[in-house]
Design a protein around this ligand. Structure first.
Ligand code: COA
Ligand code: ZN
Length: 299
């Protein structure tokens, strides 16, 4: 049966939206447990302004910890600008998630840049760091808090621009969890058909309980790499309207039941999620063990 890589993005997307500040030890403890459960790829932090996201202020320290302890795990870090990539690179990170929104309105709200500005900074990044994998987080590709569902042509045209710059690793994000399975299928199919040599991923929020169905729709169209967060935490503080992400434990349960191979042990992951719930406050249960913040919804 086919292998699906589940990229755990909770340490970035899940924790960035918490009101409560997690300690470094709480973070490393949770990361250790997720890796012990079998997680092989993780977005571990973001190199952003600590004023914008105070929770990520320990990015360099966290990168140093995980890179030394787990040389075989693939660690991504998110960066919104050249400076973030530079800091990530200097901290030893070689897999960067560079976030740019397909909707220019959201791009301005999130990273305070026009498309031109984000893309010219991206060219500079690719030129300066040819040995880094730069995966583009195409925020709002499946729905925007300001512009709604974007036309597919717009998503494809924006993908073409990224492709022409040289990007071969991209992910489609449903930033506020408003996509549906048919739309997801149509978008993913078109992207895979038109850009078959891109490594595609999806990043799907779960506002309407469609995180699992949309992720599955993407997988059934040929996507083999999907993002999710422990406990379903998540959200971007600069995108009003979303709740958490697809919960990793739910996703692993479904995929393993269906015969896909994730390499992740469900029971151990569920333990990690329960452990997270034991000290992460300001949360409520959505699904069984799907904990989410009470913060205003986001990316
Ligand atoms: N790492 C650390 N600090 C950064 C930074 C980075 N990558 N990029 C900018 N900064 C700091 C600047 O030093 C400055 O700090 P100061 O106010 O103490 O002088 C402040 O952020 C604003 O810098 P400026 O150059 O005016 O802004 P910018 O346009 O380059 O950057 C953002 C602004 C968008 C990068 C910044 O607001 C940010 O990191 N936002 C978080 C975005 C995010 O994480 N969204 C959710 C995930 S998708
Ligand atoms: Zn997100």
């Amino acid at each position: 049966m086919s292998k699906i890589t589940v990229v755990e993005v909770g340490p970035r997307d899940g924790w960035q939206n918490l009101k409560q500040m997690l300690t470094f030890e709480q973070k490393t403890d949770l990361i250790d447990r997720m890796i012990q459960a079998g997680v092989q790829e993780m977005e571990v932090t973001s190199f952003v302004s600590p004023k914008a996201i105070p929770q990520m202020a320990d990015a360099a320290q966290l990168a140093a910890y995980v890179l030394e302890k787990y040389p075989d795990v693939k660690f991504y870090a998110l960066a919104p600008n050249f400076r973030g990539v530079q800091n990530a690179y200097n901290a030893g990170i070689r897999h960067i998630s560079y976030v740019v929104s397909v909707s220019e309105t959201h791009n301005k709200a999130n990273v305070r840049r026009t498309h031109e500005e984000s893309l010219s900074e991206l060219s500079q990044i690719l030129e300066t760091y040819p040995d880094a994998e730069v995966c583009i987080g195409m925020a709002t590709a499946l729905g925007c808090p300001f512009e709604g569902i974007l036309p597919l042509e717009k998503v494809l045209a924006f993908t073409q621009r990224l492709y022409d710059i040289g990007c071969r690793s991209l992910y489609l994000a449903d930033t506020i969890g408003i996509a549906d399975p048919r739309q997801t299928r149509e978008t993913v199919k078109a992207c895979l058909e038109q850009f078959p040599d891109v490594e595609w991923q999806v990043h799907i929020h779960d506002t309407r309980n469609m995180g699992m169905t949309n992720t599955l729709a993407a997988i059934e169209c040929g996507i083999t790499k999907v993002q999710s967060t422990l406990g379903g935490l998540g959200g971007c503080p600069f995108a009003p309207g979303a709740s958490g992400n697809t919960a990793t434990e739910d996703l692993v349960y479904m995929l393993e039941r269906m015969g896909y191979e994730t390499g992740i042990n469900f029971d151990k992951l569920l333990e990690a999620s329960k452990y997270q719930k034991s000290f992460v406050d300001g949360i409520y249960s959505g699904h069984q063990m799907n904990i989410q913040t009470n913060n205003p919804p986001c990316s």
